[in-house]
Design a binder for this molecule. Structure first.
Ligand code: TXA
Ligand code: MG
Length: 318
């Protein structure tokens, strides 16, 4: 079983020996390995049961280190990096030869991010290679936002989990790339479209799909619990189901007809940051109940709400 602790020297030694370590970030926990070493990177795909066509994000702690493994940082990207790193933003940049093709699934661009978590930043500072790290969950399942979530699902497959508490953003980073002069958002996430547009000007949002070659991993069904997630108007959905078989995940309302232990309110005060932070924890908790359906609803489609809605939509696709 994995050991859980806060020992970054131990984490460093394991990573230098091409072992995998789960690391906390402000978004979700990552399953990390040396991004320059094919053998470490292939372990990541194996442990996660992730298809090799789904590329990984490289994590490091400074823009200077990023320059060492990409061919260039276009001015538009540098502007965003300077505004938002460390933070929940991933930039697609042309990779150089230090990065094995396995990391990018053969694409020319590498996804790069400086995460904003003190423990992981101190670890990255001590490493002379970036960490390739997808979310530390089995492929297609809900992303982990606590060390215990990682332990439950990958604990028997990795030696160490660096425990950084619960992730304060709670949904993955926003992924941004560039096509000509156009800035494109490929995945909605922890940095809102509004905040990005203040720095980058008008952006284009490309719907993710498995047929979109620029974002091969952004599959329609993802973040999916084992129970059926039904998305709609909860008040209208409730009469259609056997009340014994449902749990509820609502944005701010409670529902008298369902026992309290089978409902989670993401944010009674309608705060989208609080809702994002609780989202994956809530889905995991409801998924463990003896029920068949999780009835849920979209949240306001602004700020972090867009990232939340994207996750809910994909969790509801079977
Ligand atoms: O917040 C996050 O981004 C977390 C933490 C651990 O940093 N990581 C994360 O990784 O969410 P993952 O592997 O679960 O999601 C990365 C996404 C995948 O959907 C993948 O397809 C996309 O990034 N991606 C990676 N490299 C890409 C590239 N070169 N072009 C397009 N999409 C890419
Ligand atoms: Mg993931």
């Amino acid at each position: 079983m994995a050991e859980i602790g806060t020992d970054i020297i131990k984490a460093k030694r394991l990573l230098e020996a091409n072992e995998l370590v789960a690391i906390p970030t402000e978004t979700v926990y990552g399953l990390a390995g040396n991004a320059f070493e094919g053998s470490a990177v292939s372990k990541i795909f194996e442990v996660k049961n992730r298809p090799s066509f789904d590329p990984l994000i490289a994590h490091t702690n400074s823009l200077e280190k990023v320059r060492g493994f990409v061919k260039e940082i276009p001015p538009a990207a540098e502007k965003l990096a300077k505004a938002f790193w460390p933070g929940p933003l991933t930039l697609l940049l042309p990779k150089n030869k230090l990065v094995p093709d396995l990391v990018t699934s053969g694409l020319d661009t590498l996804a790069v991010r400086i995460p904003n978590h003190s423990l992981t930043l101190s670890l990255l500072e001590k490493l002379d290679f970036p960490l390739a790290a997808p979310s530390a969950n089995p492929f297609g399942y809900i992303s982990p936002t606590r060390a215990s979530h990682v332990e439950e699902q990958l604990g028997d497959k990795i030696p160490y989990i660096l425990d950084g508490g619960s992730c304060h953003i709670g949904i993955e980073s926003t992924i941004i790339g560039f096509e000509g002069r156009q800035t494109i958002i490929y995945r909605m996430g922890g940095k809102s479209v509004e905040e990005i547009e203040k720095i980058a000007g008008k952006v284009k949002i490309k719907p993710h799909s498995s047929s979109n070659p620029k974002a091969p991993g952004m599959l329609k069904s993802h973040y999916a619990p084992t129970k059926d997630v039904i998305l709609g108007n909860i008040h209208q959905l409730l009469p259609k189901y056997n009340k014994e078989e449902v749990a509820i995940l609502s944005f701010s309302d409670s529902f008298e007809e369902i026992p309290e232990e089978r409902q989670i309110i993401l944010s009674p005060k309608k705060d989208l940051s609080e809702a994002a932070q609780k989202l994956f924890w809530a889905l995991r908790r409801l998924d463990k109940l003896n029920i068949r359906y999780i009835l849920t609803e979209l949240v306001p489609n602004k700020g972090l709400g867009r990232g939340i809605n994207d996750r809910l939509q994909r969790a509801s696709v079977k």
